[in-house]
Design a protein around this ligand. Structure first.
Ligand code: PHE
Length: 453
């Protein structure tokens, strides 16, 4: 069968827009609103943000194009796509291991992602109950500490989020997702803009902007460069097959370059807006930018407690955050589900249930690392920290590196030209980035982080 005739057994996006929406739904999630502000805060702000932005442009976008391209050419789960393409391009079968590593990374990420999404879900109800009205920074902080101290509550919310995710995955990614993303994503964006206006009234807006956008390179370490790069992969959903599997449902006539740039820009704007909301609140209330994973839960409720219609806006905001997390969670598990359907002739429902149960169990480790198990550490890291580091800072960049090598060096030029079908100039720029810039940058950051130089 030629690549022209190949179709996906799982279906195809109805339009180019559907793909862009789904991939943006995958990219925009907790990474932008929960993770970006707290890691920017922990790593000193501006310089870190600059490194992150460079990683998005020089590493993220070319690798996203490569991932979509491989997916569309293979039209199967990442494991089988890599196996098929390796054969077609005359390369060894072990390239399918790239798909396996992605499945493992997606599983590990979802296990903790679901726990954090559970926090956001519980905050929908907390905010709606009026609990934060007029609350002080201390009050909001202690509500959060008490919440995460309860393993039972975290487990309950994690369970609800996992069940909801698996129900959607079982129904197939195309149904409903498209419409929901189309309306809810713009709404999330509008709410963020409203919150930026609120932050302007705190009297600390410029402090927030200075923190976020003035680069002080003395604050940057090799460790923070690795985190910035890892986050570029995490936030764009790259390096584990999520974008590849969405690419496998992409109609042939869509411009991969344009779509990738739209997705990466939307994702970056959301993260920067979130930063612009959070840091003025941090400074206005004398909080710590480096407060860690609880940062948004310790800051945003203060704003919701003070602003007009804060209960309504706050509730809506957390609902949309949960929704954004949901559309990302779905893509984390889709490569594994697609593989089970293809290879084990399992139906989507069984595949989703089994994977959901396994992920739920794994999530218990993260639940406990915020309370009972917070002192159980390895290399000075809790279970959650270890998982986050292993996946975002090692597995995703490693996956991305191999994707770049395969797409840039091992695939015949004719094949990638055929898929990317761009102008000569566009193709050459992509080729330089994917062959030299992205892989070399990833390798330098890795070697740097392990102390080679
Ligand atoms: N990009 C998602 C976020 O920023 C997380 C994610 C990572 C989703 C990897 C899929 C794959 O929240």
């Amino acid at each position: 069968m030629t690549t022209e005739q190949r179709t996906s057994i799982h279906g195809q996006w109805s339009t180019r827009m559907a793909f862009i929406l789904a991939a943006t739904g995958s990219a925009v999630g907790l990474g932008n609103i929960w993770k970006f502000p707290y890691i920017a805060g922990e790593n000193g702000g501006g310089a870190f943000v600059l490194v992150y932005l460079c990683c998005i442009a020089a590493i993220g976008v070319p690798i996203m194009m490569a991932e979509v391209m491989l997916g569309r050419r293979g039209r199967q789960s990442p494991i089988n796509t890599m196996a098929t393409l390796a054969t077609e391009e005359g390369r060894p079968q072990f390239w399918s291991l790239l798909g396996w590593m992605g499945v493992l990374a997606g599983f590990l990420i979802l296990s903790y992602y679901s726990v954090i999404a559970g926090w956001a879900l519980s905050y929908v109800f907390r905010t709606a109950s009026g609990m934060f009205v007029g609350a002080t920074a201390d009050g909001v902080g202690s509500i959060f500490s008490q919440f995460i101290a309860s393993a039972e509550s975290l487990l309950a919310w994690h369970t609800i989020f996992m069940v909801a995710t698996m129900i959607i995955v079982a129904r197939g990614v195309q149904h409903g997702l498209e419409k929901a993303v189309r309306y809810l994503m713009p709404l999330l964006f509008i709410l963020l803009v409203i919150l930026v206006f609120y932050s302007m009234t705190t009297g600390y807006f410029s402090e927030g902007l200075v923190f976020l956008f003035t680069a002080d390179f003395s604050k940057i370490t090799t460790g923070s460069i690795l985190i910035a790069m890892g986050h570029a992969f995490f936030t764009l959903s790259l390096g584990m097959g999520a974008i590849m599997v969405y690419g496998s449902y992409l109609p042939k006539d869509t411009s991969i370059a344009k779509a990738s740039m739209i997705i990466a820009s939307a994702d970056t704007v959301v993260a920067l807006l979130a930063g612009m909301v959070i840091f003025p609140i941090v400074f206005a209330n004398g909080l710590e930018p480096g407060a860690g994973p609880g940062l948004i839960f310790k800051t945003l409720p203060i704003a919701f407690g003070q602003m007009d219609a804060g209960v309504l806006i706050g509730t809506l905001f957390f609902i949309l955050l949960v929704f954004a997390a949901w559309t990302s969670a779905i893509s984390l598990i889709e490569p594994a589900v697609a593989w089970l359907v293809e290879n084990k002739s399992m139906n989507r429902i069984y595949a989703s249930v089994w994977i959901g149960i396994a992920t739920w169990f794994m999530g218990i480790g993260t639940v406990l690392s915020f309370n009972i198990g917070s002192n159980v550490k390895w290399l000075d890291k809790t279970f959650f920290d270890l998982l986050d580091n292993l996946t975002a800072n090692i597995m995703l960049p490693l996956g991305g590196l191999f994707i770049a090598i395969f797409a840039g060096w091992l695939m015949r030029e004719q094949s990638s030209r055929d898929e990317l079908a761009s102008t000569e100039k566009g193709y050459v720029i992509w080729q330089i980035l994917v062959r030299y810039v992205s892989p070399v940058a990833v390798m330098i950051v890795f070697l740097n982080a392990i102390g080679v130089f």
